[in-house]
Design a protein around this ligand. Structure first.
Ligand code: MV4
Length: 447
């Protein structure tokens, strides 16, 4: 097992990894920018190394500085967290070339899943259901128009190197296809340096349901159930819950087993999330994320499993300690992402937190790196923390979450807590009857 792990990340996920390491008796090194010198992770890690100025490209994305920090501190392994370099195949490659273990999948699998065309072709070949569309990349508008006409409009034109929602054009009718096809390609070239695009049938009222999977280096793979992440605004998740209110045990076992079989055939190592669009009772593969996700605590609360510890054990070459018989899904969990933004306008609200009080009680977890007197730096994402609540039933979970929201104090900045309290009272949310479009449609009428 590793003696020392370097955490190449910041904020709440850096704390989360430190906690798992310390419970496993593993020393921790955290890297930080000059803007994060007073961060909680720097205080709680056993060692810290300043790797550069605030800008991410000069610090948390600075591969030579991170590798040097690992060498200087004698780290055995590097955990990338999420975001930053967590899905950067060059980083994964260089970490291992420099003699450190990368706590994540192989560079090859990061590369396959990072290209949305190869990802889709790979999982389709391995048996996952995919959205109907082109067979791979579409070379020109003429070929694309034929595919779209055969499929029926509306269709989406997607960038192969896109992700998280960038590089998507909706085409409602044939007359606008050529212009939008060419626009999609030029935007993909400008944003990702790659103008490869593909076409899919546009699913207009889907849910976003993702399956947590793990694979080890001994040919084993499991799934740990689903998370429903449909409550989102501008492709930023706000509320995630497990189990999904509209998935029953039979459907869960079917899609979960398919996902586990797929990663087993792939020989996938580590934690991963297979994202599906779900519409009219059918799952369609959307993307695979080759990292631990922000919303992993939802799965931890309903299974009781420490996903970061599992990541570390697998990276150290241990077998998956869990199999289908050990994994029990218990109760319901909901996570809300609390951002330093105006709850009405979503305008960022950085600044000093003059008073912070975290909620508590049975089934209440607050994952955050803020403290009274902490100033939210403007250089990184605006997430202040995650409030995750567990209950025996969805109703108990929602009631407990609303109580915990009312108990939370974050003074000195605006946060999205009032928006979350509003969401949790909406009839469509309470009935579980929502799609990926629901929140934006509500916000239009809420005013
Ligand atoms: C789609 C889709 C509908 N139909 N593909 C958005 C980001 C990237 N993950 C792919 N996305 C979508 N792909 C087809 N064929 C709708 C979306 C989408 C979306 C998906 C999940 C969660 C939130 C979303 C918000 C807008 C669009």
């Amino acid at each position: 097992m590793f003696k020392k792990i370097l955490i190449a990340n910041r904020g709440e996920i850096a704390l989360r990894i430190i906690r798992a390491c310390h419970e496993m008796g593993i020393q921790t090194v955290v890297v930080h920018s000059t803007a994060d010198a007073n961060a909680m992770a720097v205080r709680l890690a056993d060692e810290s190394v300043c790797i550069g100025p605030p800008a991410a490209r000069d610090s948390y994305l600075n591969i030579p500085a991170i590798l040097s920090a690992a060498a200087l501190t004698g780290a055995d392994a590097i955990h990338p967290g999420y975001g930053f370099l967590s899905e950067n195949e060059q980083f994964a490659q260089m970490v291992e070339e420099h003699g450190f273990a990368f706590i994540g999948p192989t560079a090859e699998h990061i590369s396959i899943m990072g290209d949305k065309v190869s990802a889709k072709q790979t999982v389709q070949r391995l048996g996952l259901p995919v959205v109907p569309g082109s067979d791979g990349a579409v070379p020109n508008a003429q070929a694309g128009l034929k595919i779209a006409k055969d499929m029926g409009f509306p269709v989406l034109i997607k960038a192969a190197s896109g992700g998280g929602g960038k590089g998507i054009q909706v085409v409602q009718q044939a007359s606008e296809f050529e212009e939008l096809f060419n626009r999609a390609r030029s935007e993909a070239k400008a944003n990702f340096g790659d103008d490869t695009v593909y076409i899919e049938k546009y699913l207009q009222r889907p849910r976003h349901i993702e399956i947590q999977i793990f694979g080890d280096t001994h040919g084993n793979a499991i799934h740990l159930g689903e998370r429903d992440c449909s409550i989102q605004r501008r492709r930023q998740k706000l509320v995630e819950e497990g189990p999904s209110p509209i998935i029953d045990a039979k459907a869960r076992d079917k899609i979960g087993s398919l996902a586990a079989d797929t990663v087993r055939k792939l020989g996938y190592r580590g934690a991963g999330t297979i994202e599906f669009l779900y519409e009219d009772g059918k799952f369609y593969f959307m993307e695979m994320n080759t990292r631990i996700q922000v919303e992993h605590p939802v799965t931890e609360m309903i299974t009781g499993i420490d996903l970061i510890a599992e990541q570390i054990r697998i990276a150290a070459g241990q077998k998956l300690t869990l199999n289908k018989d050990h994994i029990k899904f218990r109760g319901h969990a909901i996570e809300i992402r609390i951002n330093a933004e105006d709850p009405q306008t979503f305008i960022p609200s950085p600044g000093k937190i003059t008073q912070f009080h975290a909620p508590g009680g049975l089934g209440v977890r607050f994952d955050s790196a803020i403290y009274t007197g902490y100033s939210i730096p403007p250089h990184y994402d605006s997430m202040v923390g995650k409030l995750i609540v567990h209950g025996r039933t969805r109703e108990e979970c929602i009631n407990r979450l609303r109580r915990a929201i009312r108990e939370t104090v974050v003074d000195g900045i605006k946060t999205t807590l009032p928006l979350h309290d509003w969401i949790l009272q909406q009839p469509d949310f309470l009935s579980g009857n929502y799609t990926i479009n629901w929140l934006e449609e509500q916000l239009k009428t809420r005013g």
